[in-house]
Design a binder for this molecule. Structure first.
Ligand code: 3PG
Length: 213
C-alpha cells in the first residue's frame, strides 16, 4: 500500500471521533467490556499499545465489539506490524518512524500513523507521502503552541497529538487547524479499569466524544 492510500484510511479513521483512546491493557479479560464502554460512549477508535503481554489478545477481543475500530499502538518493528495485523488491528500508531517500520507497513498494506516531533521529522515523512502523523510527545514537545507553529509552513500535514493530553488541555489542540484528532489515555484511567468501573469509563467517553474540533 502506498503511503497516500494508507493516509486516506488513517484520515478517515481519525475523523470518526475527536479522540483516539490509547489503552495499555494488563488483562485481556477486561478488553471486551472496556471496548464496549468506550464505543457505546461515542469513542469507536481504540489504540491498544503493544506494551503488555495481553495486548494482542485484547485486540482480538475488541475487534468483536460492534462498532469498534481497533488499532495497535507502540508499533516499533516489522514484527509488531505483522502481529498487530494478524490479531485483527486495522491500523497502527508509532511514537516515531524508521525506514524498516515504514517499509514493512507499506509492504503489509497496513495503514500507519507514524510519529514526528520536529519540522524535519515531519518533512521527511511528508516527502514519503505521510500527510497524517502523530505529534509525539505532544506536551513535552511544546504542546499546542508548538503544533500550531508547524501549521504555517506545513499546512498539508494533519496531526494526531498524543502524550500528556487530558480534559484540561484537549481543547487547545482540537481548536487547531492541523489537528485531525487527539490521542490519549485519560479516557480509560488505570484506577477505573482495574476496579471494573465500566459505567464511569462510559460517562468519561460520552463527555470526551462531545468535544468537537
Ligand atoms: C501514547 O502511547 O501514545 C502516549 O504515551 C499516550 O500518552 P498519554 O498516556 O499521556 O495520554
Amino acid at each position: 500500500m502506498i503511503p497516500q492510500d494508507g493516509c486516506r484510511e488513517t484520515s478517515r479513521i481519525c475523523q470518526l471521533a475527536p479522540v483516539i483512546s490509547v489503552l495499555t491493557i494488563n488483562s485481556s479479560e477486561q478488553a471486551g467490556r472496556l471496548a464496549s464502554a468506550l464505543v457505546n460512549g461515542g469513542l469507536p477508535v481504540l489504540e491498544v499499545t503493544l506494551r503488555t503481554s495481553a495486548a494482542l489478545d485484547a485486540i482480538r477481543a475488541m475487534t468483536n465489539v460492534k462498532g469498534s475500530v481497533v488499532g495497535a499502538g507502540t508499533v516499533l518493528t516489522p514484527a509488531d506490524i505483522r502481529a498487530a495485523k494478524d490479531a485483527g488491528a486495522v491500523f497502527g500508531v508509532s511514537p516515531g518512524a524508521t525506514e524498516r517500520l515504514l517499509s514493512a507497513a507499506e509492504a503489509e498494506d497496513f495503514p500507519i500513523i507514524p510519529g514526528s516531533a520536529t519540522a524535519s521529522e515531519a518533512m521527511r515523512l511528508l516527502e514519503r507521502g505521510y500527510t497524517v502523523q502523530k505529534f509525539f510527545p505532544a506536551e513535552a514537545s511544546g504542546g499546542a503552541a508548538a503544533l500550531k507553529a508547524l501549521a504555517a509552513p506545513l499546512p498539508q500535514i494533519k496531526f494526531c497529538p498524543t502524550g500528556g493530553i487530558n480534559m484540561d488541555n484537549v481543547g487547545d489542540y482540537l481548536n487547531l487547524e492541523n489537528t485531525i484528532c487527539v490521542g490519549g489515555s485519560w479516557v480509560a484511567p488505570d484506577a477505573l479499569m482495574s476496579e471494573g468501573r465500566w459505567n464511569d469509563i462510559n460517562a468519561l467517553a460520552q463527555k470526551t466524544a462531545s468535544l468537537r474540533n
